[in-house]
Design a protein around this ligand. Structure first.
Ligand SMILES: Cc1ncc(COP(=O)(O)O)c(C=O)c1O
Length: 384
């Protein structure tokens, strides 16, 4: 059989590559796994109880309504409406099997082969991968020292085949949260140039503030050009239940639903029930996890302030530290040595940008407090 060169030649899974490195480990001490961002704790007890109960209910094993269970759409809309003090209705939502699927359905609805989409650097690798799978050209938008992209620079990248600009805030891999006025400037640009603005808000709850992350929903015509993408994986510690969603105007939702119909029909009902329960009944638990993650960040920043082994923290936030490796060794080699010699699994920055800038992503939020201390010890033993 023959495979599409767009997939076989262009697309590589950084998480798969990281896990493949584990086969080369020689030490038998515990691994510090800072690769795939994944909560290390269980979901809220009320969510676990509801899942057990739902398994006994006849509707749970059926297809869910395609746009999502009404109770989840209502809880999701209420959650976002309260976070933004905005007028968001259940009908503005579409539930997907995770935020990745939300992105894929929206992109496939917006663009096709030969079109292009602007990604701010460093990008989230699955966004880049999906564009390549679809034959859509990713156009990379450079960022400044704070890793902020500029709408003025984005203007230059747009042409008649541009379909969307994608922002991820807080960022993966950078952890950087963009200020609302920066996001506003991009909204103005996308209106002016007639393209969509996609904002991936997977890590919204892990910002250092509860003030609204942006003012997009205050714009009277936001439904014509803005699509926000959401995940319940980290927020509710249920990545395995695969639930996320998007908020968009009717036109975008109708198109995305056609794609969703082909690839998933609907997100699994059990995960949707878990998400609805978490959003409506686990508010205090969610806040505790966000606070705990920020404590881990503070501890990680303390450990990295010493630049153990020469590794220098550039930015941190949400789940991630974006770290500059010492020396000029190719980053994939540094990452390989980190796991083989130091039992520290990370993702090379080359998974998030087209050039090797000696950057590495550390998903510090995967670790417990004692493991962050141990991370500092292991990095300090690094020899160039
Ligand atoms: C920026 C970003 N978007 C989307 C996702 C995927 O989320 P989900 O598990 O909801 O598909 C992730 C997960 O790591 C992410 O970091």
């Amino acid at each position: 059989m023959q495979f599409s060169p767009r997939v076989s030649e262009l697309v590589h899974s950084p998480i798969g590559a990281a896990h493949a490195l584990l086969a080369h480990r020689v030490n038998d001490r515990p691994l510090l796994d800072l690769s795939q961002a994944a909560p290390s704790y269980s979901p809220a007890p009320v969510v676990v109880e509801r899942i057990a109960q739902a398994a006994e209910e006849a509707d749970t094993s059926k297809y869910a309504p395609q746009p999502g269970l009404p109770e989840l759409r209502a809880a999701f809309a209420a959650d976002v409406a309260s976070a933004y003090d905005a007028d968001i209705a259940p009908d503005d939502t579409l539930i997907t099997a995770g935020c990745n699927q939300a992105f894929c359905t929206v992109i496939s609805a917006l663009a096709g082969p030969g079109d292009n989409v602007v990604l701010a650097l460093p990008f989230y690798f699955n966004h880049d991968m999906w564009l390549r799978v679809e034959g859509i050209e990713p156009r990379y938008l450079k960022t400044d020292d704070r890793l902020h992209p500029s709408a003025t620079a984005a203007h230059e990248l747009i042409d008649e085949r541009t379909r969307a600009i994608v922002l991820v805030t807080p960022g993966n891999p950078s952890g950087v949260t963009y200020p609302p006025e920066l996001i506003d400037a991009f909204a103005d640009l996308t209106v002016e140039r007639g393209v969509a603005l996609l904002v991936d808000e997977t890590y919204r709850s892990f910002r250092p503030t509860t003030t609204p992350a942006h003012r997009l929903y205050d714009r009277p015509h936001w439904r014509d050009h803005v699509i926000t993408l959401h995940s319940f994986s980290k927020d509710l510690a249920i990545p395995g239940y695969r639930v996320g969603g998007l908020i968009a105007g009717e036109a975008a939702r109708v198109e995305a639903l056609k794609i969703l119909d082909c690839i998933a029909i609907s997100a699994a009902a059990i995960g949707q029930t878990a998400s609805a329960t978490g959003l409506s009944e686990a508010a205090a638990w969610r806040q505790e996890q966000a606070d705990r993650t920020r404590d881990l960040q503070a501890q990680f920043e303390d450990v990295m302030a010493e630049q153990p082994g020469g590794f220098a923290l550039v930015t941190a936030g949400a789940y991630f530290g974006w770290v500059r490796a010492p020396g000029n060794e190719p980053t994939v080699d540094v990452v390989q040595r980190l796991v083989i010699e130091h039992d520290v699994l990370t993702i090379p920055g080359t998974a998030f940008m087209p050039t090797d800038e000696q950057m590495i992503r550390f998903s510090f939020a995967n670790l417990a407090a004692n493991e962050i201390t141990e991370l500092g010890r292991r990095l300090a033993q690094w020899r160039r």
